[in-house]
Design a binder for this molecule. Structure first.
Ligand code: GLA
Length: 656
């Protein structure tokens, strides 16, 4: 009886306990059911992409998401190089998606052949360890979607990455379809890339006179000479020059040196600038010989702002503003008209004429020269320019002579409608004509790096050559071009420069409607710092009359510009790199090193170090100066380390 009762009681207890347990687990699962958030719900806006704009539930071109004929309702259409960061709390369960190249690129044969991407899923744990948890392998157009299914427990960040699979970005339209996260705790959140407010680092120019700009200048004997002494400081200012070669004269109130030198040689000219607060002096080395463009050209070009809508009035306005905003006082010189100025040829003589937007090319050149600036224009080695205007094919020498007659100082020659030609032969025709021209014309080869122009550009008379396709105002475009210059330093030097394309700061638009550059303030500091380290031609791509103070600060820092204009003419090399950072350095004429510490991470600040041994500097201590802030940071031995903002830079100079 006792035993039976006890058994009965035991049974009851068992039933009771099981019921309680079931209730408990039910109530627990009631509190924490698995939730789902779809990637498209987190939004397309925080996505970083290499081209176009990522879209929720659509391809990057705005079509239904489609991979190998299969359509998907949900997901994110993006483009390599792509990044998307999601914040988790360690309690997310899993990530799932179907990924592949979007069918939309199969519209063209090129697209079908060239698209290739790799999808990478990386995650960061609480201790900040990052690891790749899934990779698709290289995926090409037409391949069926591959499935990602990964556990997320313990991770606090999830990074969805689309790489170009190592063969460049064109046509890399990439889809994350049916992408979703299952989670228990906090709802996953998209992380926006870091963007600071614009901040100006360049200190204002002192009121006392200071002579800036290049320290060396080349001219050919017999060519018209124009050099405006670039000097900041309170006006009125007067100028003197001692040791000018015969044939040159200085206008003491404008600082413009003009004339013609017949005798080749090296002349050391002492430039002097005075105002009521003091006097500045500086030596200019004048090289009268067959080389020009001894420092990278600095100026303005109409393309990145006005595109094909450019008019003579736009050109005049930028020229005037170059003077009024004081950029001329820092060595900014060229005012270059890009595509869309050509008219029809004279039917009898074949001479090129301008179109109605440019009523008088010579008057425009005279106006720009009267400001103490120089002027350039654009043509194409094919029958037509890229925008479909009259090209120079068959008229190479005739056109150069016409430009010289009008008074142009710079010509950029494009490569549209030239496929199939040998660029060495095509460009040499212009180079030979330029040699014969009665004035100095800077020769800019623009064949987008086809057939390695750095190897033959100088031999055909080129002063600079584009190394890549066109830049646009995104981090991916600017950074790929800039950091992609690694290995080209040996081809740069006085008179011949690698050209990573024009600047995308200020207002851009490639047409009548302008907008502020999409580069963040830190990305713009990176852009200018990197271009200066690269001894790149600096061509401002925004209307100067509309330039704001932030952009003006970027372009008027004497210590930064000095890195670009250093007479030694070295281009920086990459001296160290890690997963998300790079260090670039170049030697300056005085033996110091200009060094850029670049943070390539879009989200996080980072400490970046440069070891002096990587710069060829021995043991000992070195003075380190912050170039943007124009401030000494102290003396350091062995290494220097600084915290760098996401996509930002610390630019320093290390003095032995
Ligand atoms: C090409 C060049 C650009 C610009 C345009 C003009 O794309 O690379 O820099 O000159 O043509 O049409």
């Amino acid at each position: 009886m006792f035993a039976r009762q006890s058994l009965f009681q035991k049974n009851n207890l068992f039933i009771f306990l099981s019921a309680a347990l079931m209730l408990l687990s039910f109530s627990c699962s009631q509190k924490k059911p698995v939730s789902v958030v779809w990637l498209d719900e987190l939004g397309a806006e925080p996505a970083i992409e290499g081209w176009g704009e990522s879209q929720a539930n659509k391809s990057v071109d705005g079509n239904p998401l489609t991979i190998a004929g299969q359509s998907f309702e949900r997901g994110l259409g993006t483009h390599a190089e792509g990044r998307y960061r999601i914040k988790l709390d360690g309690k997310a369960k899993s990530f799932h998606a179907l990924v592949g190249v979007d069918d939309e690129i199969k519209k063209t044969q090129q697209g079908a052949e060239r698209a290739s991407v790799e999808f990478i899923v990386s995650a960061t744990d609480k201790k900040n360890n990052k690891k790749i948890i899934w990779k698709s392998g290289v995926m090409k157009a037409g391949e069926p979607a591959r499935e990602v299914n990964v556990e997320l427990k313990g991770f606090v960040y999830l990074d969805l990455i689309v790489s170009d699979a190592g063969d460049g970005m064109p046509y890399d339209h990439a889809d994350w379809c049916e992408a979703k996260i299952e989670y228990l705790g906090m709802k996953p959140e998209a992380v926006k890339p870091y963007v600071s407010k614009p901040y100006i680092l360049t200190p204002p120019a002192p009121p006392e006179p200071r002579i800036n700009g290049p320290k060396v200048f080349g001219v050919r004997p017999g060519s018209p000479f124009l050099f405006t002494i670039p000097a900041t400081g309170e006006r009125p200012m007067t100028f003197e020059a001692e040791g000018l070669p015969a044939g040159l004269k200085l206008d003491g109130s404008t600082g413009q040196i003009t004339g013609v030198v017949d005798k080749p040689g090296t002349y050391l000219v002492k430039l002097i600038a005075r105002n009521r607060l003091g006097t500045a002096e500086r030596t200019l080395r004048l090289e009268v010989g067959d080389k020009i463009c001894l420092t990278p050209p600095m100026g303005w070009n109409s393309w990145n702002c006005w595109g094909c809508s450019v008019t003579a009035e736009n050109v005049r306005q930028s020229a005037r503003a170059m003077v009024e905003k004081g950029l001329i006082n820092y060595g900014w010189t060229y005012i270059n008209i890009d595509d869309c100025w050509h008219g029809k040829r004279d039917p009898k003589t074949g001479e090129i004429r301008s179109n109605e937007k440019f009523p008088d090319m010579k008057a425009l050149a005279d106006y720009v020269h009267s400001l103490g600036l120089k002027i350039g224009l654009y043509t194409d080695c094919g029958p037509k320019t890229c925008a479909g205007y009259e090209g120079s094919e068959g008229h190479e020498e005739q056109d150069i002579m016409t430009y010289a007659k009008w008074g142009y100082d710079y010509v950029k020659i494009d490569w549209c409608y030239c496929e199939g030609k040998d660029p060495r032969v095509a460009y040499k025709k212009f180079g030979d004509a330029i040699k014969k021209a009665p004035r100095d014309i800077v020769f800019s080869i623009c064949n987008w790096g086809r057939e390695n122009p750095w190897e033959w550009g100088e031999s055909v008379g080129g002063n600079l050559w584009r190394t890549t396709g066109d830049i646009t105002d995104t981090w991916v475009s600017m950074s790929r071009i800039g950091f992609g210059q690694a290995g080209l330093s040996k081809y740069a030097g006085p008179g011949h420069w690698n050209d990573p394309d024009m600047l995308v700061v200020g207002k851009v638009g490639w047409g009548p409607d302008l907008r502020p550059t999409r580069l963040t303030p830190d990305e713009q500091y990176t852009h200018i710092s990197l271009w200066c380290l690269l001894a790149a031609p600096l061509l401002i791509g925004c209307p100067i009359e509309q330039m704001d103070d932030f952009t003006l600060g970027l372009l008027t820092n004497v210590e930064v510009l000095e890195v670009d204009q250093d007479p030694l003419g070295r281009q920086a090399d990459r001296v160290a790199e890690g997963e998300n950072y790079q260090v670039w350095a170049k030697e300056m004429e005085d033996g110091s090193r200009a060094v850029g510490l670049f943070n390539l991470d879009p989200y996080d600040h980072m400490k970046i170090r440069v070891n002096f041994s990587d710069l060829g500097l021995g043991s000992g201590s070195y003075r380190v100066r912050d170039l943007w802030r124009q401030k000494d940071l102290g003396t350091f031995s062995k290494y220097f380390e600084a915290e760098v903002a996401p996509h930002g830079v610390v630019l320093i100079r290390i003095f032995p």
